[in-house]
Structures are given as structure tokens and as C-alpha cells.
Write a protein of this length. Structure first.
Length: 263
């Protein structure tokens, strides 16, 4: 498919593989298509509930509207978040997030010519605060920020957006060496946490949220492919849209003996 490791890793994140349908007489509590997404949902549960400690009526910002970012938003909404703000540079993904679970969306401005990333991030944060009415304290502040993008400017902006004493959880992985404003970390007494996949209790809570109808995973599956079209599926995931121009959120590749139209 590709010799580029970054291509392979991103494709694995956004593509699921179904080997066979679950027989009707086999006990299960979820629809078959939901089982395929419990793993990424568990990442959302771990980052938002376990590490982020989000409580009902709190506010959250999520950078990155890919599958993991969207599932972080879904977990937040299921836990009773008052405000779920989606941030992405792709307008189509923001539109999807708004229709799925987000209460607000934000499209960052472009990086200015000759503008450094730290300077841009400060400007971006100020614009975001102004556009969305975000304050550093009180009911209009942001309790939890999730970075599911891995982009350096998103990480930097997160430090400026989180409230004093707030939590920032790093879920996305891009360049491992980034510049951050440690002054913000110290003076605002932020809690900056790394999140590596999932932890104890993540899977049971993820399953419970879906089984109880608090999270609907089906809208995330935007594309289905037969096994023979696997390379096409990975290519569509890589470029972010299929040949018909439709944006890809989650693509499912059926097993050799499973029709993509089975579900």
C-alpha cells in the first residue's frame, strides 16, 4: 500500500476491519457495527472521563475532528457537558461535528506570512475567546481541553484556552518535540496530562454508554468497502474523501467473505 509509516498509522486509526457478521444466536448487547468502534471510543472514555475528569455541566474544547476527536466529544456529551466546542481546519469535518454532538465549532485562521507558531497560537486563542465568548474563569471558562490533533499550534492554543486550574489532555501524537508556553502552565496552574490509548474501566464504560443509547456510533461510519477494495479504502482515508468527493470519517473494510452491504 505505502512505504510511508505515517500513512499506514493514520489509516489504521480511521479504518476498521470486519471479519464476519455476528450470528443472530450469539449473545451480544451492541449492533455489529458498534463493536468495531469500541476501541477508539475507549480512547475517548479514557481521555475525557478518566484523565480529564469531566463532570456534568462543564465545558470542553476538542482540537481535531477525526474519529477519536469526535468520540471524545461524544463521551463529553454523554457525561452531561454543558458545552462541547469542536476545532478543526477542515470545514466539512466541523459541519459533521456540529451535526453529531458539538454545540459550537471553530475554524482557526491561517498562519500569517513570517508569523511564528507561538505568536500565531496566542492570536488564535484570543480570536477563539472573542468569537465564542470564552473567559478565563467562571461559567464561560473551559474546564477541559483535549488535543486529538497532535498539531503543535493546537497544543499551544490549548494552554491559552483552558481556564485557570483547568485540565489539558494530550491524545493526538504528531511531532514529539513541540514548543509550549510553560509560563501559562505555571501561572494558570494547569494540569497537563498525556493519554496513551485507554486504561482500566475504559472498555466497560464505553460499552455501557453505547448500550444505553447515550452514544450513537453509527453516523461515524461514512464508507464501506469490500475486501478487494481495501487499497481504495486506505487511499480515501489518506486523502480524506472518496472518489465521489464525500468526506471520510470512518471507513470499514469487510472480510473476504462479508459483503459491505451486509449491514
Amino acid at each position: 500500500m505505502s512505504d510511508n509509516p505515517s500513512f499506514v498509522l493514520r489509516a489504521i486509526e480511521d479504518v476498521a476491519y470486519e471479519q464476519r457478521p455476528i450470528p443472530e444466536n450469539e449473545p451480544h448487547v451492541l449492533a455489529h457495527v458498534d463493536y468495531l468502534q469500541i476501541e477508539p471510543l475507549s480512547v475517548g472514555v479514557h481521555s475525557v472521563a478518566n484523565l480529564g475528569g469531566l463532570r456534568a455541566n462543564q465545558s470542553i474544547v476538542v482540537f481535531g475532528c477525526g474519529p477519536v476527536g469526535l468520540l471524545c466529544m461524544a463521551v463529553a456529551k454523554a457525561l452531561g457537558a454543558a458545552r462541547v466546542i469542536a476545532v478543526d481546519i477542515n470545514p466539512a469535518r466541523l459541519e459533521f461535528a456540529k451535526g453529531y454532538v458539538a454545540t459550537d465549532t471553530y475554524l482557526p485562521p491561517s498562519l500569517g506570512e513570517g508569523e511564528s507558531r507561538p505568536t500565531y497560537s496566542r492570536r488564535n486563542a484570543e480570536k477563539m475567546k472573542k468569537d465564542l465568548g470564552i473567559e478565563d474563569r467562571g461559567s464561560k471558562s473551559i474546564d477541559l481541553v483535549i488535543d486529538a490533533s497532535g498539531a503543535e499550534v493546537s497544543i499551544q492554543t490549548a494552554f491559552y484556552i483552558a481556564k485557570s486550574g483547568g485540565v489539558v489532555v494530550q491524545v493526538g501524537m504528531g511531532n514529539p518535540n513541540v514548543t509550549v508556553d510553560i509560563g501559562q502552565l505555571m501561572t494558570k496552574e494547569l494540569n497537563y496530562k498525556g493519554s496513551f490509548r485507554y486504561g482500566p474501566g475504559s472498555y466497560p464504560l464505553a460499552i455501557a454508554l453505547v448500550a444505553q443509547g447515550k452514544i450513537n456510533l453509527k453516523p461515524l461510519v461514512t464508507h464501506r468497502y469490500a475486501f478487494k477494495d481495501a487499497i481504495t479504502a486506505f487511499h480515501a482515508t489518506r486523502v480524506g474523501k472518496s472518489e465521489d468527493g464525500k468526506g471520510v470519517i470512518k471507513a470499514i473494510i469487510s472480510g473476504p467473505d462479508v459483503s459491505p452491504d451486509a449491514y
